[in-house]
Design a protein around this ligand. Sequence first.
Ligand code: ZN
Ligand code: ZN
Length: 139
Amino acid sequence: MDATFLAKIRSDYPEFSFREGKRFSFRPPKTIIMRSNEENGELLLLHELGHALSGHKTFDTGARRLKMEREAWEKVREIAPKYGVGFDDSLVEVELDTYRDWLDKKTRCKKCGLTCYQTPDGVNHCPRCENFSLKRTLP
Ligand SMILES: [Zn+2]
Ligand SMILES: [Zn+2]
């Protein structure tokens, strides 16, 4: 990561603390973990900053998480030109895909592998297994 870039970010956002770590992440409310020797470090740092600026607090389950990731990238699109960082749509797609995969794995039924649906309380339900157990308990 470019040192001038980092210095500029630090001075523009003194309210956040930027720390070196193993992988990029945002620790609400004010800490951004970064890896300065990462190839796409500038964009990834802006992305975590995007979470911070969007006021994301919890990284809970499912579709909401994916929405947060999108939101953070939209922020990057906004602020990247200010730092002379080129916005890379393909990187964004790759990053979002990793969340889609993660989401997909998370939402598969552990018993039968079918994709579950989520009720607003964040609980996953398997249409196959739950119907089956429902039918069995009916008289
Ligand atoms: Zn993110
Ligand atoms: Zn199932």
